[in-house]
Design a protein. Structure first.
Length: 132
């Protein structure tokens, strides 16, 4: 596993944000197609629209998983696409911790312990040299 320093995480953040936004767009496309498919099932009783829509959905799901995989190949962990939460593995002294990013933030300003989530995130102090 690759550990990130705060500087390293912030350096790759623009690339990570692009990959996150692609995954988010693909997830929204899947949701839209799922909804459309449900409408077809509930209002029409034919396969002429259902089959091609189901194939589009399958393709969209594949694209979403591929986008998610490309995002995680950067070394980040996806905590929630819907909530826009990503974690970068890091170390604080000898302890594994997460550097935490939320969609909309332009830099990483928070961290949390391995076992606590978004609600347990703490601001990174400017002088926090303990984050490796």
């Amino acid at each position: 596993m690759n550990y990130f320093t705060l500087n390293e995480a912030n350096q790759i953040l623009p690339e990570v944000i692009k990959k996150f936004e692609l995954a988010l767009a693909k997830k929204r496309e899947v949701s839209k197609l799922e909804h459309h498919l449900q409408m077809i099932l509930s209002t029409k009783n034919n396969f002429e629209e259902y089959v091609p829509m189901k194939q589009k959905l399958n393709s969209a799901i594949t694209q979403f998983y591929e986008a998610s995989e490309q995002l995680e190949k950067t070394g980040v962990m996806i905590k929630s696409i819907d909530q826009g939460l990503l974690d970068f593995p890091s170390k604080r002294f000898d302890e594994d911790v997460w550097l935490c990013w939320k969609h909309g933030e332009t830099e990483i300003k928070f961290w949390h312990e391995k076992d606590s989530g978004y609600m347990g995130r703490k601001p990174i102090e400017v002088s926090d040299e303990s984050l490796v």
